[in-house]
Structure formats: structure tokens, C-alpha cells
Design a protein around this ligand. Structure first.
Ligand SMILES: *Cc1c(COP(=O)(O)O)cnc(C)c1O
Length: 224
């Protein structure tokens, strides 16, 4: 294992063209982010609002931030205007709140709907049928300040590759179904965010075009 900068470079060389890398920097110090930045990485992911806001003030302005954690409704206001993408929108109520706060601030917020395809009870997200009902029912049409750019999904937390692949395939099939139908009205519904350190190659094989990698760049997280 080399330095953070070397690991970013190696990973970027491995990832196929057309797949973007989010360096997941949650729980990592600002110095670690600077090391990845020095290797050209400009897209980072954070999972806690407070931590994101603090890091933004300490790091270069040309960094794009994705929010990837569970977003509490009472924190929405603070995050509007700070991210290039909120990947983890897990309820219709949250969409409505993002719309309301974005309108107030006069900005457009780009989001992904987080799908729940893992076989664990603990993960947040829309069930595939809920996401389809919302999107195919045209629920996005009344949004003026919120753009739904695609879906984010996490696979089951297991070493069984077959299960992981099935979870990703299921999310990809929901993504295609919505893309087909939303088609002309939602032309920029084109982001499928799947894959982390342990499973991104499988996710990419199943159609992911955005991967979120933390520990294999930065090493283990030190939770505080
Ligand atoms: C922490 C996290 C990641 C990164 O996980 P690693 O296993 O460290 O690569 C990716 N996506 C989400 C939603 C996360 O919370």
C-alpha cells in the first residue's frame, strides 16, 4: 500500500472510462483530503452535515462535495447550496423539503434517490417499487428547484459475490426502467451510483457509473 495520492492514482487508472470516482472522506482528517487532492481528485463524499460544513471552509473551493449519509430533515436547510449532489435522498418527505429550501435559497439541488436493495433491515432508502411509483407516476414533474439525476444503492453487507451482484443488478434494472419511462421529460436522469471499496468492480460490471470509495484510498476510518 502506497500513499493516499498513489492509491488515488492507482484506482483512477483501474476504473473504466465513463465511471466517476467519489473519494469518501468521512471521518478522515483534512490532511488526508489534501493528499488525495494533490493527486488530482476533486470529488469527495461526506456523510455528516456538520463535518461536511467544517471541511468545506478548510479546503479549496474547486472541490465538489457529494453528501452520502442519512440526511435528517432538520439539517436540510444547512446543506442546501453546499453540495454538487445529494446521493442519499431516502423519502418523498425529504425531496419535498429539499425542494422547499432550494426554492427559498434560489438554487437548484441535484439529488439521487437512494434505493434499498440490500437484504438488511438497517439500510435507509426507497424500496424499488416505491421509487418506481414515485418516478413513473411523474412525482418529479412538480419539482422546480430539485433535479433527480439518478439512483444510489448499496449491496448487502456480505462476502457472497452472488448476492452482491444480484442486489446491484436489481438496482440497475430499476434505473433502466425509470430511465426508459422518464425519458423525454427527465433527460438528465443518468447517474447510477453503486460500489464501494469492497465491491465496486462488481457494481461497475452491473452498470454503475459513479463509485464511492473510502477505505481503500484513505485506509481504515478512525471513528471518534
Ligand atoms: C462509507 C461509505 C462508502 C465508502 O465505503 P468504503 O467501504 O470505505 O469504501 C460508500 N458509500 C456510502 C454510502 C458510505 O456511507
Amino acid at each position: 500500500m502506497g500513499s493516499i495520492a498513489e492509491r488515488v492514482e492507482e484506482l483512477r487508472a483501474e476504473i473504466p472510462a465513463g465511471v466517476e470516482l467519489v473519494a469518501v472522506s468521512k471521518f478522515q482528517p483534512v490532511e488526508a483530503i489534501k493528499a488525495a487532492y494533490s493527486a488530482g481528485q476533486r470529488l469527495f463524499g461526506e456523510s455528516r452535515v456538520q463535518e461536511l460544513l467544517e471541511k468545506i471552509t478548510q479546503l479549496p473551493e474547486d472541490i465538489s462535495w457529494h453528501f452520502i449519509g442519512h440526511l435528517q430533515t432538520n439539517k436540510v436547510k444547512q446543506i442546501i447550496g453546499k453540495t454538487s449532489l445529494i446521493e442519499s435522498v431516502d423519502s418523498v418527505r425529504l425531496i419535498e423539503l429539499i425542494e422547499k429550501e432550494s426554492a427559498k435559497s434560489g438554487v437548484t439541488t441535484e439529488i439521487l434517490l437512494q434505493l434499498h436493495v440490500a437484504r438488511e433491515e438497517t439500510k435507509f432508502g426507497f424500496l424499488p417499487e416505491e421509487a418506481e411509483t414515485f418516478m413513473l407516476g411523474g412525482g418529479f414533474k412538480k419539482l422546480k428547484h430539485t433535479r433527480i439525476r439518478g439512483l444510489m444503492a448499496m449491496a448487502s453487507n456480505t462476502d457472497d459475490e452472488k448476492i452482491v451482484r444480484e442486489d446491484f443488478a436489481r438496482a440497475a434494472s430499476v434505473f433502466r426502467k425509470i430511465s426508459d419511462v422518464a425519458g423525454t421529460e427527465l433527460t438528465d436522469f443518468n447517474i447510477l451510483s453503486m460500489g464501494m471499496s469492497g465491491d465496486w468492480p462488481i457494481a461497475v460490471e452491473e452498470g454503475s457509473n459513479l463509485i464511492r470509495v473510502g477505505s481503500s484510498i484513505f485506509g481504515e476510518r478512525k471513528y471518534n
